[in-house]
Design a protein around this ligand. Structure first.
Ligand code: ADP
Ligand code: MG
Length: 393
């Protein structure tokens, strides 16, 4: 990685503002998945050991510039206390009187959590005055919020322009894994793309068609490709206005020689719900009033064979409606194949990561990204503003 990290700056006795992504699922103050907290521990511990004063800043949910008490980050304090084995301090604002005072009283090795950055309308608008208030709290800025790196907000970009700004250890880990896969893969390089909509994924398909040896398509998105290939998709999710784009992508695959694999069979259902009538059909036999909600067993077998040959894998988007157990099997079996393969696999995307987590296989996968939108934009080849603004090595 060509960006400076926390290891490249002296932090002893310094006030270090660390942008983290603690946007965890909260249910009545209880954390349902603490992955995003534990993922940042290496950076926090490193800074503590080096004698820094650690000021944590995050967003949580979508309060849209207003104080929404249910989206306060205060419930995270008890978890952080436990994870770090010490009392974590809290300030009920971001760069206001309370946080200034709290920072002034900090000792080296202490950790302070600021209130939800998105309680301020200036955050998402990246207003300079707010960025300056944040910068006034610290000597050094660290971005360890990979999952927010695709956002141009005051806490990710504005403040980074006002202080010496470097990457945290999670940011570094994410970028190493993703750039290995995208820029330096051991071949054969295989990409699996699924999810709901083609419109979300055209950029990533385009980019991967120039890099991958295999491209496996599934999920709702594949329906539009199957339609482009001449199949009748019944009531399945198809983006009519993207059928032409899908045809072009199929033609591009021919040209670049990427082996693009579409589903050959599908699990179709009468309705979009658990326990409805379902059956497996070939892609040219989707009944008129039925909807395709998962890839079928023949497709799984073909995909498994391709995955078995790969040395590098990138996976974005589930291959079926994994939230409904009746249609989760295709995604589950592909997760098993990816975990079983000897390839280095990078899995990124909010939903696909949730699906893989359900299988309990994450430990056996090379890299499971904490960034949904950010990982997708990285795979599209886009520049991440929160990364671009950090100091170069
Ligand atoms: P990710 O977050 O991994 O990038 P997306 O957000 O693009 O993935 O897509 C996830 C959604 O796609 C899930 O809610 C899933 O139910 C849906 N999906 C997958 N397959 C289908 C399908 N055949 N029909 C409709 N929706 C689907
Ligand atoms: Mg998603």
């Amino acid at each position: 990685m060509n960006k400076k990290t926390v290891r490249d700056v002296g932090v002893k006795g310094k006030r270090v503002l660390v942008r983290v992504d603690f946007n965890v699922p909260l249910n009545n103050g209880a954390i349902e998945d603490d992955t995003r907290l534990t993922a940042v521990l290496p950076t926090i511990r490193y800074l503590q050991e080096e004698g820094a004063k650690v000021i944590l800043l995050t967003h949580l949910g979508r309060p849209k510039g207003k104080v929404v008490p249910e989206m306060s980050v205060r419930p995270l304090i008890a978890y952080l206390d436990r994870l770090l084995g010490q009392k974590v301090l809290f300030a009920g604002d971001c760069g206001g009187e309370e946080s200034l005072q709290a920072v002034a009283g900090m000792k080296a090795g202490q950790v302070l959590l600021l209130e939800n950055s998105r309680f301020y309308p200036q955050e998402e608008k990246n207003e300079e005055r707010f960025a300056k208030a944040l910068a006034a709290l610290a000597d050094i800025y660290v971005n360890d919020a990979f999952a927010a790196a695709h956002r141009s907000h005051a806490s990710t970009v504005g403040v980074a322009k006002l202080l010496p700004a470097v990457a945290g250890l999670l940011m570094e880990k994410e970028l190493k894994a993703l750039s290995f896969a995208l820029h330096n893969p051991v071949e054969p390089f295989l990409a699996i793309l699924g999810g709901a909509k083609v419109s979300d994924k055209i950029g990533v398909i385009n980019n991967l068609l120039e890099r991958a040896d295999y491209l496996l398509l599934g999920g709702g998105m594949a329906n539009t490709f199957l339609k482009a290939a001449g199949h009748n998709m019944g009531k399945s999710l198809v983006e009519e206005d993207k059928v032409e784009a899908a045809k072009e992508l199929l033609a591009k695959a021919e040209k670049t020689g990427v082996r693009l694999l579409l589903p050959t069979d599908l699990v179709v259902a009468e309705e979009f719900k658990e326990g409805t009538k379902k059956r497996t059909v070939a892609v040219n036999e989707v009944p008129k009033d039925w909807t395709a909600l998962d890839i079928g067993p023949d497709t799984v077998k073909t995909f498994e064979e391709a995955i078995g040959k790969a040395k590098t894998i990138v996976w974005n988007g589930p291959l079926g409606v994994y939230e409904i157990p009746d249609f989760a099997e295709g995604t589950r079996r592909i997760a098993v194949a990816v975990a079983d393969s000897t390839a280095k696999a990078v899995v990124g995307g909010g939903d696909v990561v949730a699906a893989v987590r359900k299988t309990g296989l994450t430990e056996r996968i090379f890299h499971v990204s904490t960034g949904g939108g950010a990982s997708l934009e990285f795979l599209e080849g886009k520049e991440l503003p929160g990364l671009a603004v950090l100091a170069d090595k």
